[in-house]
Every structure is written in C-alpha cells, then in structure tokens.
Write a new protein. Sequence first.
Length: 122
Amino acid sequence: MNRRQLKQQLVAAGVPEGNYFIVGIDSQQTPGKGGGFGELVVAPTEDERGWRILTEERGQIQRETTFATEDEACDAAWAELQPRFQPVRQRTPEERERARARARDAVADYERAAENYRSTES
C-alpha cells in the first residue's frame, strides 16, 4: 500500500490523526501533527533511497525503522496503528446471576449500614 492508501485506511478505521503523521499527505500546519509529539511518522529516508517510520519526542528520534519501499513502510505503519478491537466476552447465565446476587447483597449491606448510622445519630 502507498501513503494515500494508508491514510484512507487509517481514516476509515477511525485512528486518531494525532497518532500519526504521513509526510507528503498530512499538512505541517495541522496542530499537533509533525511537531515531534510522539506520533508515528512515515517519511522517506534522508537520502531518499528508502522509507522509514519513526517516533519523535521533543525533536529527538525515539525509534526509527527503515524499509526499502514505501509499500513496506506503510504496511508496517498500518500493522502498528490499526485498531485492535477486542470483543467483550459475554457472561454466562450463571455468571450474571452471581453478579446480581452480589449486587443485592451489597445493597442490603448498605441499607443495614445506613440504618445503623441513623439509629446512632438519635
């Protein structure tokens, strides 16, 4: 995939724009973008013979990986940035009933404590 395709995938997946900066695609004028605030940057290498993804913090490169092609760099960026949706495990009927029983017990404990508190006030 190229940078434009990467950008389209990131937008479609709802990845926050503050998490990445794609050189040549994202505007340098966008606040919080390309300013070294920890986002993942996709850019050509300094000698423009390859591609790199890097993270920068306060102007210091924290991590940098180079790739031979734009396609490899964009695939690596997507692998790092793509959302990891973890479906919530559904409780079994027995687990739901145990949770309800704990909630009923907690309410009863609270009501007893409140009654004891009221009876000591008078």
